[in-house]
Design a binder for this molecule. Structure first.
Ligand code: SDX
Length: 422
C-alpha cells in the first residue's frame, strides 16, 4: 500500500497514512484516521486541497481543461448527443438505446405538469421577486406535494423521484419567468421536446402554436448539456451536505439552487452581461482590466477564473465556437460580443491573469447566447439550474448509495476568547 508519513517536529512522533489511487487524476491521502491517531485536524478553508468523496460521475482535469461525464468528453457529448441523452447517461451510467430514449422522453413530457396548487405559490411573491427566489421555493415546495420521497423503498421509487423533478423544473422555471412579468402561465405541450417546451412555455401567448426555430432549440440544448454536472462544486457540495442529514431530496436540490445563486458561482452568468453592459464600449475595457488588477478595488472580472480550471474552461471554448457558428442565425448582440472578445484578448496577454491562470469560464459567454434567445439576464442562473438539476440528482443518488456516507460535519480551528467567568 502506497503511503505518506508525517513527522511532528515537536516530539519526533511519526504518523503514516495510505495513498488511494483514482481511475484518473490526483492521488489522495487517506486522512480518515488522522484525528484518532494525532488528535489534530487538517485545516483547509474552502476545501482547496480536500477530496470530499469518491465519485464515478464527472472527471475534470483543471490543468488540461478537460471535462468528462461518465468517461465521455464534453466536446463529443455537446456535439453529438441531446441533453436528454446526457441526463440518462449521468443518472444511469450509460447512454440510452433508441427505445430507452423514446420511453424516457415521453415519460418526462407527461411528468412536466405540476400540481395546480403550486401556481398559488408564485402569486404569493411580490412583482419584482427574482426568479431564483421563486425557483428555490418552488422546488422546496415540491417536497410537500411528494412527501413520500423522504423514504424511498425501491429503485422504481428512486426513478420516479428523479424523473419527476427533472421534468418539472423547466415548467417551474417558465412559471417563475411568466410570474415576473405578470402574464398567464403556459402549460407544457406534449408534442414538444424537453428544450423546445421550455422556450415555448417562456415565450408563447396562451393558445398560440408558437414555432421555435430549430437553431434556438439546439443552442439551448447544448447549453443545458454544458451545465449538467461539474463534480464537487459549491452547489453540489451543498446538495450532498443536505443529503447527508436525511432531508427530503427536493429540499437538498432547493439548497443547491440557493448555493448556485451566488455571483461567485452560477450567479456569475447574470453578472457577466450586467458587467458588459456597464463597461459599455470596447474603449473602456482597459479601464476595467486595470480596476480588476487593483487590490484596493473590489471589482472582479465576472466569468473569469475558476477553482479547478487553470487553463481554458472547455465549456467556454464550446460556447465561443457556438457563438461564432450561430451569431448571424441567432442575432447575437455584436457590441457586447466585441467587448467580451476584447476583455478576453487583453486579459489573456496580461501577466496578472497569466500568472494567476485566470481564463474565461462557462459563465463568460453563455449570457450572450441566452440574450439572443430573448432570455432576460435575471433568468440566466435559472437556465443553469435547469441544466444542473440532473447533476445534483446524480450526485444525491451516488451519495446515498455510498457505503462510506456520513453526515457532513467538519470541525474548526477555534481562535475565540479563552475561558472566562461572568
Ligand atoms: C462556476 O466549482 C465549479 O466547478 C463551479 C462551476 C460549475 O460548473 O459548477 O464551474 C460554475 O461557478 C464558474 C465560476 C463563476 N464565477 C465567476 O466567474 C466569478 C469571478 N471568479 C472569481 O470569483 C473566482 O475566480 C472563483 C470564485 C471562480 C474562484 O475563486 P478561487 O479559486 O477561490 O480563487 P481565488 O479567489 O483564490 O483567486 C486566486 C487569485 C486571487 O488573486 P490574489 O489574491 O492571489 O492576488 O486570482 C484572483 C484573486 O484575486 N482572481 C481574480 C478573479 N478570480 C480570481 N481577479 C480578477 N477577476 C477574477 N474573476
Amino acid at each position: 500500500m502506497d503511503s505518506v508519513t508525517l513527522t511532528d517536529n515537536r516530539n519526533g512522533k511519526q504518523y503514516t497514512f495510505g495513498i488511494l489511487h483514482p481511475t484518473m487524476g490526483q492521488d489522495v491521502i487517506d486522512i480518515r484516521p488522522l484525528f484518532k491517531q494525532t488528535g489534530m485536524f487538517t485545516y483547509d478553508p474552502g476545501f482547496t486541497s480536500t477530496a470530499s468523496c469518491s465519485s464515478e460521475i464527472t472527471y475534470i482535469d483543471g490543468g488540461k481543461g478537460e471535462l468528462r461525464y461518465r468517461g465521455y468528453a464534453i466536446e463529443d457529448l455537446a456535439q453529438n448527443k441531446s441533453y436528454l441523452e446526457v441526463c440518462y447517461l449521468l443518472l444511469n451510467g450509460e447512454l440510452p438505446t433508441k427505445d430507452e430514449l423514446i420511453a424516457y422522453d415521453m415519460e418526462l413530457r407527461k411528468r412536466s405538469f405540476v400540481h395546480e396548487g403550486l401556481k398559488n405559490l408564485f402569486y404569493a411573491f411580490p412583482d419584482k421577486a427574482h426568479p431564483m427566489a421563486m425557483m428555490s421555493s418552488a422546488v422546496s415546495a415540491l417536497s410537500a406535494f411528494y412527501s413520500e420521497h423522504i423514504k424511498m423503498q425501491s429503485e422504481e421509487d428512486l426513478q420516479v423521484m428523479r424523473r419527476r423533478l427533472l421534468a418539472k423544473v423547466p415548467t417551474l422555471a417558465a412559471f417563475a419567468y411568466r410570474r415576473s412579468l405578470g402574464i398567464p402561465f403556459i402549460y407544457p405541450d406534449l408534442k414538444r421536446s424537453f428544450t423546445e417546451n421550455f422556450l415555448y412555455m417562456m415565450h408563447a401567448y396562451p393558445g398560440q402554436d408558437l414555432k421555435i426555430p430549430e437553431v434556438q432549440v439546439r443552442a439551448l440544448d447544448t447549453i443545458f448539456t454544458l451545465h449538467a454536472d461539474h463534480e464537487q462544486n459549491a452547489s453540489t457540495t451543498t446538495v450532498r451536505a443536505v443529503a447527508s442529514t436525511g432531508a427530503h431530496p427536493y429540499a437538498a436540490i432547493s439548497a443547491g439552487i440557493d448555493a448556485l445563486w451566488g455571483r461567485a458561482h452560477g450567479g456569475a452568468n447574470e453578472s457577466v452581461i450586467a458587467q458588459l453592459e456597464y463597461i459599455g464600449s470596447v474603449g473602456r475595457v482597459d479601464e476595467f482590466i486595470a480596476r480588476t488588477k487593483d487590490p484596493d478595488d473590489e471589482f472582479r472580472l465576472m466569468g473569469f477564473g475558476h477553482r479547478v480550471y487553470k487553463n481554458f474552461d472547455p465549456r467556454a471554448k464550446i460556447l465561443k465556437k457556438l457563438l461564432d457558428e450561430l451569431k448571424d442565425e441567432l442575432g447575437i448582440d455584436n457590441e457586447l460580443l466585441e467587448i467580451a472578445e476584447k476583455i478576453e484578448a487583453v486579459a489573456l496577454s496580461d501577466d496578472y491573469f497569466i500568472s494567476r491562470k485566470l481564463y474565461p469560464n462557462i459563465d463568460f459567454y453563455s449570457g450572450l447566447i441566452l440574450t439572443a434567445l430573448k432570455i432576460p439576464k435575471e433568468m440566466f442562473t435559472i437556465i443553469f439550474v435547469i441544466g444542473r438539476t440532473v447533476g445534483w440528482l446524480a450526485q444525491w443518488i451516488e451519495f446515498n448509495a455510498d457505503p462510506e456516507k456520513k453526515i457532513a460535519r467538519p470541525r474548526q480551528r477555534y481562535i475565540g476568547p479563552e475561558p472566562r467567568e461572568l
